[in-house]
Design a protein around this ligand. Structure first.
Ligand SMILES: Cc1ncc(COP(=O)(O)O)c(C=O)c1O
Length: 411
């Protein structure tokens, strides 16, 4: 193992020292949501005890504190993913919100009958359904990059699926089921050569595990949810290239985004990014996101990536050595942070329920990716997913639990 302050990190996450069913908690459901460090948890009560006030609304001191928090975090996130200017960062509720926003604000206006959209067969429903809705409404062709038997993208088909009428490629950075890291640079190169399509990256699973540089990547949109990178629920980020955001109108409208509203004329809106942030913002959630990113930066995203890579290799190699009758999905691909499996033909729910008895929290079912389940012809899978605080003991406890279950089922 590389030198990595795992003991210190674990102490910063209070929930990790709790028990589940009398066992130490082995939390392996990090792809669903991550746990929160003290710096995030404490910032919430500090904000509500000392600073609570509506941002962008009033002239009093408390309100300025809230406004400053939002703009400071915006700048901080802009640096984290290397946008060219902070105005390219829009606060949203999360990935679901962001993709629906892009589909409705940009998609409805810039994709028309005869055009086509490309996504892949491994996407989360949040990156399928908004495009299916749009395709149906505007009679747009929706195509899917097919998968190879191991669950990775069949990139030999990519060129055939792109043409001059392709207006958008929307694809996940890392698969939420298999943990496969999609080769974004290669994909973006192909798309840019063959079309003028816009490129949207669903970063829900990527942002916590890999360094993201949106300028280097040259994507048009990159979206992620705060709760999957150690911040709280309800706040996420939509990055969009400035020139592109400038062509878009608000989708959700209301207070805080207008220059003028009249009873007889069209409204006029404030500038980007504020025109896309209607209503009272979740200031404490934004503060939490800033603190979560600060925390990640103190450890270093590259160190986290290297540490997690070693841990996931250890887990997969150990699992393969056990006589567990596991089917592992996508385990030999270029992957990060996730192990997807089934134990014989046992229902994933049963395996998850039993692992819970041994203090191990995993996710079961279709993982909001039914087309991917259909690809493997299974109704569901078990998914163990790690984070920066997962340690070898968690993995060993998980494997011990699987061995116990195997004996139970054989009894
Ligand atoms: C790849 C991917 N996309 C989108 C989402 C939706 O994210 P949220 O529920 O935070 O909006 C998830 C959540 O699991 C995901 O893993």
């Amino acid at each position: 193992m590389i030198l990595y302050p795992i003991k210190k990190i674990r102490l910063d996450f209070p929930i990790l020292s709790t028990l589940m069913n009398s066992y130490p908690l082995a939390y392996l459901d990090n792809a669903a949501t991550t746990q929160k460090p003290n710096i995030v948890i404490d910032s919430q009560s500090y904000y509500y005890k000392n600073e609570c006030s509506a941002a962008h609304r009033s002239v009093h001191s408390l309100s300025s504190i809230s406004t400053n928090h939002i703009e400071t975090v915006r700048t901080y996130i802009a640096k984290f993913i290397n946008t060219s200017i902070p105005e390219e960062i829009i606060f949203v509720k999360g990935v679901t919100d962001a993709i629906n926003f892009i589909a409705n604000s940009w998609g409805r206006n810039f994709i028309n009958y005869g055009d086509n959209i490309l996504i892949s067969a491994m996407e989360h429903h949040a990156n399928i359904l908004p495009w299916q809705n749009l395709a149906k409404e505007k009679k747009i062709e929706l195509n899917y990059i097919p998968l190879l038997p191991d669950g990775s993208l069949n990139l030999s088909k990519l060129s055939e699926l792109i043409n001059r009428r392709t207006k958008l490629l929307s694809i996940s950075h890392i698969s939420n089921v298999l943990g496969i890291i999609n080769p974004l640079t290669e994909i973006i190169d192909i798309v840019r050569t063959k079309s003028n399509a816009r490129i949207l990256i669903d970063g829900a699973q990527g942002i916590a595990h890999q360094k993201v540089d949106v300028q280097k990547l040259d994507c048009d949109f990159y979206v992620f949810s705060g709760h999957k990178i150690y911040a709280t629920y309800g706040v996420g980020i939509m990055y969009g290239k400035y020139e592109l955001l400038n062509t878009m109108d608000p989708w959700v409208v209301g207070g805080g985004i207008v220059k003028n509203v009249s009873l007889t004329q069209e409204p006029t809106f404030v500038d980007i990014p504020w025109k896309f942030e209607p209503g009272s913002p979740d200031v404490s959630g934004i503060v939490a996101l800033g603190n979560a990113v600060k925390y990640i930066n103190t450890i270093g995203i590259k160190n986290i990536y290297n540490y997690e890579n070693q841990l996931i290799s250890y887990a997969i190699n150990t699992l393969k050595q056990q006589n567990l009758h596991l089917t592992l999905y996508g385990s030999d691909c270029n992957k990060s942070s996730i192990i997807a499996f089934n134990l014989k033909s046992y229902d994933s729910y049963d395996v998850g329920m039993l692992l819970n008895q041994y203090g191990v929290a995993i996710r079961t079912g279709h993982h909001c990716a039914i087309p991917l389940m259909n690809h493997f012809q299974v109704p569901g899978m078990c998914r163990a997913s790690i984070a920066m605080y997962t340690n070898k003991d968690d993995i060993d406890q998980f494997i011990h639990g699987l061995n116990q279950i195997k004996h139970l089922f054989h009894a």
